[in-house]
Design a protein around this ligand. Structure first.
Ligand code: ADP
Ligand code: MG
Length: 272
């Protein structure tokens, strides 16, 4: 069965695209059939960071009836399948629902994991991936503003009937990772699925249009992405240096859903 994840965040630049690329690549390297889609129409750069920017057939063309679905899917040597920018949600809305349903079913055919690079923030287009995904994974940076924005998205996920799978804490200072993550886990009261340290090799690899997990497989960021992939795939990764720092004894998000959203609504939308 296919599992669809939306990788989302409250504000831009938290590391969604890097997460989609490196989680997707790691899953593919684990032998999992994985498709990644660019739904971030404002900042569509998934194709760019993978060197696919010159490919001109995208889902736009498919929805416009100008190309077959298969022509908008690009398979990389790792086996990862990529649908680059052009997953226009406006196009989705305007397209014939029957066609849309057909396109989505073709896209996810045979896939075990589908990762959607969602737009940042809360707007009409942005909520669609949150609603259609089986689970939303929120990418959060260890800053108060990032956590607050993520909290707003958490509230929206609840409103649109989506499901929060957990949070990925990205750009964590390696020297105080454990403390940082423990605090964030407490504040957000959500399951921490992954911890990715700040690591300059992420940017270097991007300059070479190569996922860091391929270019620098032993870097600390790559270890974080691989541990995240192992979590997502339900396989433990004892070699992860960050596994041990995940706060223990966290209560499942579901249990606290009501009270958490109540708390959020009070703190964000009311003057209390
Ligand atoms: P988003 O898709 O959320 O807008 P990106 O994935 O494009 O964010 O990342 C934004 C920038 O931050 C990029 O320049 C990327 O190279 C950098 N970046 C992301 N994650 C890390 C990390 N763990 N360490 C260092 N730089 C990172
Ligand atoms: Mg992005």
């Amino acid at each position: 069965m296919t599992k669809v994840y939306a990788i989302a965040s409250g504000k831009g630049g938290t590391g969604k695209t890097m997460t989609v690329v490196n989680l997707g690549t790691s899953l593919a390297l684990m032998g999992k059939k994985t498709v990644i889609l660019d739904a971030d129409i404002g900042m569509a750069n998934l194709g760019l960071v993978l060197g696919l920017e010159k490919k001109n057939i995208t889902l736009h063309d498919v929805l416009a009836g100008k190309a077959d679905v298969s022509q908008a899917i690009y398979q990389l040597p790792t086996g990862l399948r990529v649908v680059p920018s052009g997953l226009s949600l406006r196009g989705f809305r305007d397209s014939n629902p029957d066609r849309l349903q057909f396109v989505m079913s073709e896209l996810i055919k045979g896939a075990e994991y589908v990762l959607i690079d969602a737009p940042a923030g809360i707007n009409r287009d942005g909520v669609i991936p949150l609603a259609i995904a089986d689970e939303v994974l929120l990418v959060v940076n260890p800053e108060l503003s990032s956590m607050l924005d993520a909290s707003k998205v958490e509230a929206v996920i609840d409103i649109v009937g989506g499901s929060l799978g957990g949070i990925i804490i990205n750009r964590v200072p390696p020297y105080r990772a454990a403390l940082t993550c423990q605090k964030i886990g407490e504040v957000m009261n959500a399951r921490i699925l992954g911890v990715i340290p700040e690591d300059s090799s992420v940017r270097t690899a991007t300059a070479f249009k190569t996922p860091v997990v391929i270019m620098y497989p032993d870097s600390i960021a790559s270890r974080g992405y691989k541990a995240l992939a192992a979590r997502v795939a339900g396989e433990s990764d004892a070699t992860s240096v960050f596994q041990a720092i995940t706060p223990q004894g966290h209560k499942e998000h579901e249990v606290h859903k009501g009270s958490f959203v109540d708390r959020l609504t009070r703190s964000l939308f009311e003057d209390v």
